[in-house]
Design a binder for this molecule. Structure first.
Ligand SMILES: [Fe+2]
Length: 467
């Protein structure tokens, strides 16, 4: 490849040289540094066989002028003037050619910059759209790694989040060849390469991890790219990629792009963290409320919390989505809120209940649903609470719904509620061992309980996911 042709396309030089040749009425040849002609244009002396001499065959004086690119001489411009044209015109034409080609080059750079900018904008807007409504930290992490992988095409890519207590980064989600090794990987936020990246506040790439020595990975890699995730000046995590599939190093345009990407990710992550914190606060408030309800009857202390734990385990066994499981947990905490209107003399009564007292107890699912129906955000949860005492065979209360008519979530709470009630002490009897309770509940499979859910609950007990 010739030096001049590395910078400019042959077609571009031919075009410009042609225009200059016509405009000045001369023949022109652009000659490379080693003296070989690259492009020739013009009719004054079409053969340009005078390139090495001082006169052309027609006896006209040939001029030669050094040709420069960004200040360095890269060749020369040979000018064979037409008959009667003024002498010493090569310097002017050479400067003209240099300027035109330089402007063309700047124009091309500008166009590429615009294209790159457009690509970056498209990418960021696509990521923003995807991340925008995602409030779950794990889902944000998964999306981020998947999108980053599309940009970087790395062999291994993973996201680490800050463990504030230990001042360490811990891997939350990873993809690629070494994802299993990356899963347990931890790194400091104050020292080594990761500490340096946080201090820099910008993506950093290293071309030889071993020679660099600032990070020790549990897998073999040569190149690494670390992108800090910082929101409101607080480090939240880091996105790390090692070795590209192509075997090349990570280039600076990718670093720049990842920098923009990281700021989007960090603000989404911050939102998800805030949402998680608000959720935790809400759940703690509900838990406190449930504890207050349970406290009306000292025998049922901790009942709602245990029911929530059992119900969550069943939901997990059924493969329910995280958001739905969270709602079942909430419903379990609140399932007996209607007992707020039941006299304590009935709730704490040691002996068996009179029929009218039992009728009073049976009002609690309906009352609970009524109390909560004013909170629109609870949505379907209200119905689950209303129906947690329905029986699978349709003989329960308050609406005598049967099988699939009873919301699945209410059927889950029924199993969890009954198991806890029978395994704990009550004013009128001692709690029974879990094995005995399960045998009794089995007799009510298809009567009081959904058989599928009862089986799921058995599996939870066997796996130990209830403890
Ligand atoms: Fe209940």
């Amino acid at each position: 490849m010739k030096g001049i042709l590395k910078r400019f396309s042959r077609r571009k030089i031919e075009d410009v040289l042609g225009q200059l040749s016509t405009g000045f009425g001369v023949s022109l040849a652009l000659v490379d540094a080693d003296g070989s002609p690259l492009v020739m244009r013009g009719t004054a002396c079409p053969s340009m066989d005078c390139l090495s001499g001082s006169e052309c065959r027609a006896g006209r004086a040939v001029e030669s002028e050094p040709f420069h690119c960004t200040g360095a001489c890269v060749g020369s411009l040979v000018v064979c003037p037409s008959r009667g044209s003024a002498g010493h015109i090569a310097p002017g034409i050479a400067r003209c050619l240099e300027n035109i080609l330089r402007l063309e080059e700047e124009l091309e750079d500008l166009s590429s910059e615009i294209v790159r900018g457009y690509e970056e904008l498209s990418l960021i807007s696509a990521i923003s759209a995807k991340l925008g409504c995602e409030m779950d930290v794990d889902a944000v992490c998964r999306l981020v790694v998947e999108e980053a992988d599309r940009i970087l095409e790395a062999r291994t890519i993973f996201i680490m989040l800050l463990d504030g207590e230990k001042q360490e980064l811990a891997t939350r989600f990873g993809m690629g060849r070494d994802r299993e090794s990356a899963a347990g990987f931890r790194a400091s936020v104050t020292s080594g390469l990761t500490g340096h990246v946080f201090r820099q506040g910008e993506p950093v790439t290293v071309c030889d991890i071993i020679a660099d020595g600032r990070i020790s990975l549990p897998w073999q890699a040569r190149y690494i790219l670390c992108v800090p995730l910082i929101a409101d000046a607080r480090p939240l995590g880091m996105l790390i990629a090692t070795d590209k599939l192509s075997g090349e190093e990570f280039w600076s345009p990718e670093l720049k792009l990842m920098g923009i990407f990281a700021s989007e990710v960090a603000s989404s992550l911050r939102k998800a963290y805030l949402y998680e914190a608000i959720n935790k606060l809400f759940l703690s408030t509900v838990e406190a409320l449930a504890t207050a309800i349970d406290a009306k009857d000292p025998y049922t202390y901790g009942h709602s919390r245990r029911v929530a734990r059992f119900a969550v385990a069943i939901c997990g066994e059924l493969g329910m989505k995280k958001e739905r499981v969270r709602e079942v947990e909430l419903a379990s905490f609140l399932h007996d809120i209607g007992k707020i209107g039941t006299p304590e003399s009935i709730l704490r009564k040691p002996g068996s209940l009179r029929p009218e007292e039992y009728e009073k107890i049976k009002e609690h699912p309906g009352k609970g649903a009524e109390i909560l129906s004013t909170i629109a955000e609870l949505g379907e949860i209200v119905a689950w609470i209303r129906h947690h005492h329905e029986w699978y065979d349709g003989t329960g209360y308050p609406d005598r719904l049967a099988s699939e008519e009873i919301p699945l979530e209410a059927r889950v709470i029924t199993v969890a509620d009954t198991f806890d009630a029978m395994t704990t002490d009550r004013p009128y009897r001692k709690g029974m061992p879990p094995e005995t309770v399960m045998k009794i509940m089995e007799q009510f499979s298809g009567v009081q309980f959904d058989p599928d859910l009862l089986r799921a609950f058995y599996r939870c007990l066997e796996k130990g996911t209830l403890s």
